[in-house]
Write a protein that binds this ligand. Structure first.
Ligand code: HEC
Length: 176
């Protein structure tokens, strides 16, 4: 919990840095591009500031992410949004019963034992994980699959946003 003000500090620092860096850039380019740029420079400046500041904030937030403290219980999953999030899983999974692709069918996955689809060739890591795919287990797993099950065949970086995970879990629950 004490990490929150610290994270804020980091964020403000990042924003300041971002803005400062950006201001620097802008003034440099204004100076170098001489008087012809006078009309374009003021218009470009606010534009340049905004996108630069946003990624800077995100990058700074990533390591000190509040996600560490976010529990699934504190979130409300939205199945409709979750269907969109599931777009990221679709390259490898479908939610139709008995249809395996690169990954196993995710029909009825919530509550299922890990590695339990008969005709899917799991990694030993997944098969022997001993997991049951409860909401909570999925919430943890989907943040960083390769960390939670080292050796998994699932080549997916993870859903960093807790809300995305809550949403996709809500969606998966409707497919059972
Ligand atoms: C690049 C392909 C790929 C993507 C993208 C992907 N997965 Fe997977 N997933 C796999 C593979 C392959 C496995 C089997 C892992 C193993 O056997 O080690 C798997 C396994 C799983 C399992 C365990 C199933 C079981 O029966 O034990 C769950 C749950 C899962 N994926 C959910 C998701 C969700 C949700 C997403 C999207 C947010 C997703 N996956 C994205 C390939 C993928």
């Amino acid at each position: 919990m004490s990490s929150v003000p610290f994270a804020r500090l980091l964020l403000s620092a990042a924003i300041l840095t971002g803005v400062a860096a950006c201001g620097g850039d802008t003034s440099t380019s204004t100076t170098t591009s001489t008087t012809t740029a006078e009309t374009t420079a003021p218009a470009a400046a606010p534009e340049a500031t905004a996108p630069a500041a946003v990624p800077a904030t995100e990058t700074a937030a990533a390591p000190a992410t509040p996600a560490a403290g976010v529990t699934l219980a504190s979130l409300t999953g939205d199945a409709t949004k979750g269907e969109q999030v599931f777009g990221q899983c679709k390259t490898c999974h479908v939610v139709e019963k008995g249809v395996n692709r690169v990954g196993p069918s995710l029909w009825g996955v919530v509550g299922r034992k890990a590695g339990s689809i008969e005709n899917f060739k799991y990694s030993p890591a997944n098969k022997n994980s001993g997991f049951t795919w409860t909401d909570e287990q999925l919430f943890t797993y989907l943040e960083a699959p390769q960390k939670v099950i080292p050796g998994t065949y699932m080549a997916f970086a993870g859903l960093k946003k807790p809300q995305d995970r809550a949403d996709v879990i809500a969606f998966l629950k409707t497919k059972a």
